[in-house]
Each structure stands twice: as C-alpha cells, then as structure tokens.
Design a protein around this ligand. Structure first.
Ligand SMILES: *Cc1c(COP(=O)(O)O)cnc(C)c1O
Length: 415
C-alpha cells in the first residue's frame, strides 16, 4: 500500500485537472464516488438557479420567456453540450428525461426503417431502457420485435445474423452495473452495414470521456445531465439526431413545443424542421439553469485528460482492493481500464451492507442489485489519494466485517 500511496500523491501533483475541483462544493472529509449517479454541486449552481428564480421569474415574470432567453434555452444548452459529445451544433437539445428521449429516438429511428421488424437491445441494460424500448416498439407501426443480446454475447455477430430484418440497435455505451464499455464505432458501423440504425444511451459516458457522435456516424443518442455532467437532481436529459435524419424522421411524441410555429396555435401538428422538433411540452427552466451550471464545469476542460485521469483513479482503486485478496469480493467490471467506463465495481453477497458501512465512514459509493458495489470516479473533482482512501475503507470494512452490524442491512428506498 505504501508504494500505491506514493504513486497517488505523485499523480495528484502531476494532475492537469487539479484546479477543476475548485469548481465544486464537496463536503469536507467526504470521498464522493457516486458522481455516476448524481454529480457533485457546481459552485456556481446555487447563484445561477437563484438568479433564475429571483430575477428572471420574480421580476421578469412571463416576459422572461423572451427577455431571459427561456424559449431558446433547451437549444442553447444543446449547443453547449454538443462539443462534449462530439456533435454538430443544432443537432442536440436538452429536454425531458433519458427515458422519454429514448422513446422519441426509437420512434424516430423506426419511422426511417418501416419495413424492418427487429430492434436489438442489450438484455442487461438499465431496466428503464428495456421497458421503454418495449413500449416504443409496441406503439410503432407493425410492432417490431425486441431481440435481446445475451450476457457476454458479441453484438457484431448477432447484428450480421439479423441482416436486413434489423431496424436498429439500441444500447448503452457503458453498462450502469458493471461499467463494461461497448465499441460504439464498431457496433454503429456493423448496424450500418445491414442498413440499420444505431441508437445509443450515453448516460455513463457523457462528461467522462471524449465522444465522437458525428465522426462515429451515430444516428440517435440520448443521455442524462445529472451524472458526470453535474446538472443536479432530476435535471433534464438530452437527445441527439444526426444531420442526415433530422429533416426526415418522425418524432412520436408530437407536442406543441416541437411544432414549427407553436404560437400560431394551429389545431394540426406541423413538425419543426430542426432539433426543436424533439421537444414535447414546456421546458423545465429552473432545472435547465442547473444544467447550465453543470456544463460550465467543463469550460476549457480537455476530455482526453478527463479520460486519462478517470482510468488512473479507477486503476489505483482496483489494484489496491485486489491486492488485499478480500474474502467473497470479486471484481465485477473489466480489469482493463480501456474496456470500462469511469467506474469500478466489485461483487459481494452482502454488498448493500458493505456500501452502507462505507458511507458511514464518509466514502460514498452505491449498490446495484443483486450484489454489485459501484464506485464512480468523476475526474473533475476527485483526487488520487481519495481513490486510495476509499480502497482502504473498503478493505477495512470487509476484513473486520464491519458490515455485519445490523443497521447496515436496512434497505432505504434509493440504493
Ligand atoms: C441514469 C440512467 C437512466 C436514467 O433515466 P431517467 O429517465 O433519467 O430516469 C436511464 N438509462 C441509463 C442507462 C442510465 O444510466
């Protein structure tokens, strides 16, 4: 451990992102390894939201839709997020939730492949993705079939086998549970070879690594803003539509904010020609100001440096924990940092209680049923020495069986 300690201290001294921590308010003494569930509070967020409430709402009243730029805010934030995910401006909008945006993206993709009967998903994906995909397919003309990839199965082989029956592939880039990362460009290219489309969920990638949506030829993508993008609890999500599809595709949830001219109040829907078509109803303005503060934490940040630091943080943690050879603790993510996102996870049969015991020691990770302890590494605000402190706490909790204390077994609503 001493050698790892020196390595961590050196890594902190060499860290090009060290100043970015000042952009956040993090409680003293907390090691926060749950930025993959809810990003930390950006320093400017309270002021930005307060200004929105007191000045824009309180003084500007309804005039703020024009004067404070509320009407344009979903598009403006989309353009601000675009470089973080490698998208072209004008093709990404911030709105609704990831769940809803996935429904819209799938409906839009299917509107471009009406003759095709199958959508390929990852059977181990985040449950909301599976639920909403099935409901989007049930509502689409001809109710295409939802085919699930088995755990560990190669998507490229399955895509080739489905051939011209395949309408779209819809999966998460990084698994919420194990952190395993798919080859986004290769899966997208394989779908395209069959004339199918690629719909990606980037909840666990956006803000944690460089992404190239445009260059990879991704057709549709969605993601949230409250994980690595630090937009705040329940902050609106985003949706991306490739330029080649934007004019042609249908948006299955036609609402007035996606109309070509909402304030003409026409009884029939006429789709907006641009990315605004992917809005449904009135945008969540106060929450959007949180997204604005979250995106500001990325100003001037090199995403290649973010990825490099993320791998280094995760590796320090993984190596320290694995070196301890803890009983009943198994690595649950790929050992190769290049094959995973920005989280490291371990299985333990009593993982929930272990995580609760760690939280009491102010090391905050989380638990995903049935037995996965998740530790997310948000490179903008974590230090390498904290990754090691977390490893030491985990080792201590398991070796001394601290987790056996009864209070750690009580399940809260949110795990
Ligand atoms: C976080 C996350 C979601 C959350 O969806 P909401 O609509 O915001 O509740 C969905 N899918 C994946 C893969 C996620 O990681």
């Amino acid at each position: 451990m001493a050698r790892l300690e020196e390595e961590a201290e050196q890594a902190d001294r060499d860290d090009p992102l060290t100043a970015a921590r000042q952009r956040f308010t993090i409680p003293e003494g907390v090691v926060y390894l749950d930025g993959n569930s809810l990003g930390a509070l950006p320093r400017g967020a309270a002021e930005t939201i307060e200004r929105c409430v007191r000045r824009e709402w309180g003084e500007g009243l309804v005039g703020s839709w024009n004067e404070a730029g509320w009407y344009e805010l979903p598009l403006r934030l989309g353009d601000r997020l675009a470089p973080i995910v490698g998208a072209e401006p004008g093709h990404l909008v911030v709105c609704d939730t990831t769940t809803l945006n996935l429904y819209k993206a799938l409906g839009a993709a299917l509107s471009l492949r009406r003759e095709r009967r199958v959508v390929l998903v990852d059977g181990g994906d985040f449950p909301t993705n599976l639920y909403i995909t099935r409901s989007a397919l049930a509502a689409a003309p001809g109710a295409p079939e939802c085919v699930e990839l088995e755990p560990g199965e190669d998507p490229l082989a399955r895509i080739a086998a489905l051939g011209d029956r395949l309408a779209a592939v819809a999966m998460s880039h990084v698994s919420y549970r194990t952190g395993a990362m798919r080859d986004l460009a290769a899966v997208t290219a394989a779908a395209h070879r069959q004339g199918a489309l690629a719909v990606w969920d980037l909840c666990h990638s956006a803000g944690a690594m460089p992404l190239e949506l445009a260059r990879s030829g991704v057709d549709f993508a969605v993601g949230c803003t409250y994980k690595y993008l630090n937009g705040g609890p329940g902050a609106p999500a985003w949706i991306y539509v490739a330029p080649c599809h934007l004019a042609e595709c249908e948006q299955p949830l036609a609402g007035w904010m996606g109309h070509a001219s909402p304030f003409d109040f026409e009884p029939r829907h006429r789709r907006h020609p641009g990315i605004r078509a992917f809005l449904c109803g009135t945008p969540h303005i106060v929450s959007m100001r949180g997204v604005e503060a979250g995106l500001a934490t990325f100003d001037g940040i090199d995403l290649a440096a973010v990825r490099e630091k993320s791998m280094r943080l995760g590796e320090l943690f993984r190596r320290a924990v694995e070196a301890a050879r803890l009983p009943r603790v198994e690595l649950a993510c790929p050992a190769d940092p290049a094959a995973r996102g920005s989280q490291v996870c371990f299985r333990h049969p009593r993982g929930y209680a272990v995580v609760q015991a760690l939280i009491e020691q102010r090391v905050i990770g989380d638990f995903r049923a049935p037995d996965v302890m998740r530790f997310g590494f948000a490179p903008l605000y974590l230090r390498h020495v904290e990754a090691l402190r977390a490893a030491r706490s985990l080792i201590g909790c398991v070796e001394a069986e601290v987790w056996r204390q009864e209070r750690f077994a009580r399940r809260a609503d949110v795990t």
